[in-house]
Write a protein that binds this ligand. Structure first.
Ligand SMILES: [Mg+2]
Length: 444
């Protein structure tokens, strides 16, 4: 009934996506200290009155939950490891999480550090299915951040969020049961499904409201649907009553509130016929770079960070970024950086999507170090102007060459190695290879 189908709904059937990182704070602690792996770990207050903020699934097996008093949690699980939070680390991961989401669509709303709603409607023209988008997000977050997450798809925020909850692992009789990872609540079953949920599953129904509703004999969403809104309002207030009455019948008019401040400009393309090999890819990248450069110039911006995103036929994705010491708005420069980044990608499968994104904007007039190839020199003298242009070009070319070298040193040239040569630490090995074979002495 709850489906993670291979094809799944269209964007029109499931325009909203909710994604939520699993046990976020606890998972970051485990990533930073692998000796914690497999142990019951919590982040929370360690004192007498401390509360659990995040619990690993290992801890949840003992009944430990977030918002539980730490004292109670310790009683349930005597070996529980409770760590104080390190929000600077969580913010680093959160930013990377948002970067991955932004690569899919800029139309997202973040709730806290580890939860996002996406409006998928702009993906319609890219021909991306919501299930594909969800799977892509999950695999990139696993590959690039080392974190797991659940994704829900639905026709509104209510269903998307309920679905993502359903997609996650859960504990049954002290055993951890894997979740499906992606859940879509299809329209033909949604009413029936919703009616069987406890009232506490609904948005905004915390323990206090749940207790009030229970007292009124309203345990399930189907009970709520029977009560008229005025009666409800007398107990929980008018605005909560209005929300509950709407949710009880599956209605939710809240929009995704996108942070409109633009943070990146990009061009993504899914190909009708997948690309194979570095040559096809770099050729296509030139066109992408031109689109991105035009967009930057039209906005009067220059960007310091160039990101390439490659999605393979097996739906796995890789992204690589380089932040430059100068800003660019020029297609030659963007293409050169993108090409160097692409050469670090192991092209073990054909490529179905290529994206190039520019971010970390500088205002054009404030950019001291803009790399530019077409200079409008102020001098009236043609010869003087030509001399300035040629000197600026030389400086630009040198800066660009340094930047490309830096990319190669950072990432190496995996494309020239074979997949079998890349171990788990493939990038390191590739970098070493790159340093020998394509160091400063090498041409290009
Ligand atoms: Mg979470």
């Amino acid at each position: 009934m709850l489906i993670s189908p291979s094809e799944g709904p269209s964007v029109d059937e499931a325009p909203l996506l909710h994604i939520d990182l699993d046990a976020f704070f606890a998972s970051v602690e485990i990533l930073d200290d692998p000796s914690l792996k497999g142990k019951p770990v919590c982040v929370g207050g360690v004192g007498e009155r401390g509360v659990i903020a995040s619990a690993s699934y290992e801890a949840r097996r003992f009944g430990v939950r977030s918002a539980m008093a730490s004292v109670v949690a310790r009683r349930l699980c005597p070996d529980l490891i409770v760590l104080p939070g390190r929000f600077d680390r969580y913010e680093v991961y959160s930013r990377q999480f948002h970067d991955v989401v932004r690569d899919l669509t800029p139309d997202f709303e973040s709730l806290g550090l580890d939860e996002v709603f996406c409006d998928l409607r702009s993906l319609r023209r890219l021909n991306v299915r919501p299930i594909e988008a969800a799977a892509g997000l999950r695999s990139r977050i696993a590959d690039e951040l080392g974190l797991l997450c659940g994704v829900g798809l639905g026709r509104n925020k209510l269903f998307a969020k309920l679905a993502s909850k359903k997609s996650k692992p859960h504990v049954v009789d002290g055993r951890l049961v894997e979740g499906p990872g992606v859940v879509w609540v299809s329209p033909d079953i949604e009413q029936e499904w919703l009616r069987e949920l406890p009232v506490s599953a609904l948005w905004g129904v915390g323990p206090a409201t749940a207790a009030k509703l229970e007292k009124l004999g309203l345990h399930w969403v189907r009970d709520l649907a029977r009560v008229d809104e005025l009666t409800l309002a007398a107990h929980v207030g008018a605005s909560m009553a209005a929300s509950l009455a709407a949710y009880a019948v599956g209605e939710d008019r809240r929009e995704v509130i996108v942070d409109r401040e633009m943070k990146s400009v990009g061009h993504d393309q899914t190909f009708a016929r997948s690309l194979e090999g570095i040559d096809q890819l770099t050729q296509t990248a030139k066109g992408h770079a031109a689109v991105v450069a035009r967009a930057l110039r039209s906005q009067g911006r220059v960007a310091r960070t160039i990101t390439v995103v490659v999605r393979f036929d097996d739906l796995t994705s890789v992204s690589r970024s380089q932040t430059l010491s100068f800003g660019v708005d020029d297609e030659v420069a963007i293409a050169a950086i993108a090409e160097a980044l692409l050469q670090s990608v192991d092209l073990h499968h054909a490529v179905r999507l290529l994206g190039i994104h520019a971010s970390s904007f500088l205002e054009r007039e404030n950019n001291q170090m803009q790399l530019t190839f077409a200079i409008e020199a102020s001098s009236d003298n043609a010869r003087e102007r030509a001399a300035i242009v040629s000197r600026e070009r030389q400086i630009s070319h040198e800066a660009l060459r340094d930047a490309v070298d830096e990319v190669r040193q950072r990432f190496g040239r995996a494309a020239l190695g074979t997949a079998s040569e890349l171990s788990e630490h493939g990038v390191e090995i590739a970098t070493q290879r790159g340093r020998h074979a394509f160091g400063p002495e090498a041409r290009d």
